[in-house]
Design a protein around this ligand. Sequence first.
Ligand SMILES: [Cu+2]
Length: 210
Amino acid sequence: MMAAWRLRQCARAAAGLLPAMLLANSVDANDIQATVRDATGQPLADAVVYAEPARGGGAVKSRKEALIEQIDKTYVPYVTAVQTGTFVNFPNRDSVRHHVYSFSPAKTFEIKLFSGVPAAPVQFDKAGEVVIGCNIHDQMIAHILVVDTPHFAKTGKDGVAKFDGLSAGDYTLRAWHPTAAPASEKVALTAKGHATQFRLAPRTQAAPRK
Ligand SMILES: [Cu+2]
């Protein structure tokens, strides 16, 4: 207990040394902004950055349903991040039928050959990576990262993910991408916010297949 307490105090002290750097990045109070790059330093789009409170649980869950559409035999979007418990539906906008499925341990399911909007969305109730495939079109792949926190965002083409509304306190900040090895850092978040960068190495182990 005492060791953990001291560690937090040190982390807070260290964070206090960097206000100029944080302000330079225009981070508002209790915001987190992370730039994610690949091993060569290029900005990485479709990465998910999320903050897990050290004290865990108790967070309000968003009940907003997410959509992964099928357009021109492509899943849109390619990467989706959702909080545990979120429902996702898979509207088919094509004139051909699709057969959505996943064998991933975090969610195994299938929606057999269908047109239009499936009658029921699928609930993702377990944190982890879910790879979505189509039984008819092998090239169709989508990724869902299910996270046990309401604090997450996906990077754009500039590699930047940003989210706000966090309480001050200790977090583990994680960065994830389908083709990269995940990374994390401990953050003692203050009213000054937190700006950081991740450089992700390629995955040494293939991402779990659909
Ligand atoms: Cu298909």
